[in-house]
Design a protein around this ligand. Structure first.
Ligand code: FES
Ligand SMILES: [Fe+2]
Length: 436
């Protein structure tokens, strides 16, 4: 008879991060332990590239959005010179945030503590009774700070609080092509993030929001049943055939650097006619299809079928799923905020964008059919992970059948845990390596 399992508490002094991720399994401490969480903030959220926002969120001079980089508050703001900057939201005097609103337009960022004023480029312009400081005090030296690395890929602004990172384009690698699939689904190659945001907070670890093709039939059973009942019309029509079955042509992919996706391309393309039929019923839909073909030729079939949904997660804080850009903000080892920004296309009719919004709401909105299920299951996982007699979390599904392709990416069947393994490989690199 095998020995009964015994609970052996982890001693913080002996907690060796490098042993917490092993072949096909991870230790639950990576989801529950506060010390590990603090290290994640330092090494991942304060030490590598994070997505901040999209330039279309701040179209006019003075437009701003406040965001988080781990624990550190930042402002994305378009200056009077037209440039979009990321500034640390912290007064250079005694540290108060200088921008307390989530979004707006302003000429100045004025600190409410003692009235220091910064312009929209971050320059300090006014200090009340400035003569109280000595001669070597100059306004120029006291601009708002910026993260050392800020770069943009086709309107997507990323920043890193550490300079010790590879250039953004290298960091995105193969995953940049997936971002293109979203942007190029607009006939003019431009998206607009101006439809507001859905926010949700769940009591679970930030890494639980993954790319998981295995859960759909169980967590979303009621949605699938509804889709099947409506399979001849509307959105249900585009789900006919089961894209989340291992016999389907759907795949999981590890794209490197922790970026991973559920690749539903073949399934979606097999419904191309259904998509164009649906578009024909929308004002401007036929013109959209024509414009896409005129611009992209054969590739238009792919872009129209995917409808701007590459279904990819960019480690650690960004996902492009369905009609949305999603940001994950860790609030603690057991608390996470998820921000969901619906994406609109430039160059299409307002009716077509309206349809995209309604689709987004139906699954992801506050009364949507899908998102609340995901939040609920993450909370149940977090609860379960505190039972630690046997502390290992299995992520080995499909290890025996995954393939490394010529371009270095790893491919598995749709229910395989290829994305989880890719994400944890990057997690381990960042938590134990010297970065870069
Ligand atoms: S803390 Fe901002 S003016 Fe004093
Ligand atoms: Fe889900």
């Amino acid at each position: 008879m095998s020995q009964p399992l015994q609970y052996r508490p982890l001693r913080r002094s002996t907690l060796d991060v490098s042993e917490l991720v092993q072949d096909g399994r991870v230790h639950s401490a990576v989801f529950t332990d506060r010390d590990i969480y603090e290290q994640e903030l330092d090494r991942i959220f304060h030490g590598s590239w994070l997505y901040i926002g999209h330039t279309s969120e701040v179209p006019k001079k003075g437009d701003f959005r406040t965001r988080q980089m781990g624990k550190q508050p930042v402002v994305m703001i378009r200056g009077t010179d037209g440039q979009v900057r990321v500034l640390l939201n912290r007064c250079r005097h005694r540290g108060a945030v200088v921008c307390e609103k989530e979004a707006g337009n302003t000429k100045h960022l004025r600190c409410w503590y003692h009235g220091w004023v910064y312009d929209s480029t971050g320059r300090l312009t006014q200090v009340p009774a400035v003569e109280a400081y000595g001669e070597d005090f100059t306004l120029e030296k006291m601009s708002l700070a910026s993260p050392p690395m800020v770069e943009e890929y086709r309107g997507f602004i990323f920043a890193s609080l550490s300079a010790n990172v590879v250039p953004l384009r290298d960091h995105l690698g193969k995953a940049a092509e997936m971002m293109d699939l979203l942007i190029d689904a607009s006939p003019v190659g431009e998206i607009r993030v101006s439809a507001g945001v859905h926010k949700t907070v769940y009591r679970g670890n930030w890494k639980l929001v993954g790319m998981d093709g295995y859960h759909v039939h169980y967590v979303h059973a009621s949605v699938i049943a509804a889709w099947n009942r409506n399979s001849d019309t509307g959105i249900g029509a585009t789900h006919r055939g089961d894209p989340f079955d291992d016999h389907s042509a759907s795949r999981t992919r590890d794209l490197g650097h922790g970026h991973a996706m559920l690749d539903l391309t073949t399934h979606r393309m097999s419904h191309y006619e259904k998509f164009t039929e649906m578009l024909a019923g929308v004002t401007g839909g036929t013109e959209y299809v024509q414009a896409m073909h005129a611009k992209h030729g054969e590739k238009a079939r792919l872009l129209i079928s995917l409808a701007g949904d590459p279904h990819v997660g960019f480690f650690p804080n960004l996902q492009l799923i369905n009609n949305q850009i999603r940001i994950m903000n860790p609030l603690g080892p057991d608390e996470t905020e998820v921000l969901m920004f619906p994406v609109l296309f430039e160059g299409v009719s307002s009716e077509l964008n309206e349809m995209r919004l309604r689709q987004h709401e139906s699954f992801y909105g506050p009364a949507g059919s899908g998102s609340p299920d995901d939040g609920e299951i993450f909370e149940r996982v977090q609860k379960g992970l505190h039972a630690q007699v046997e502390p290992w979390v299995e992520i080995s599904r499909g290890m025996n059948r995954e393939k490394t392709l010529d371009d270095g990416t790893v491919e598995g069947l749709i229910t395989d845990e290829v994305p989880q393994r890719g994400q944890f490989r990057e997690w381990l690199n960042l938590m134990t390596g010297d970065a870069k």
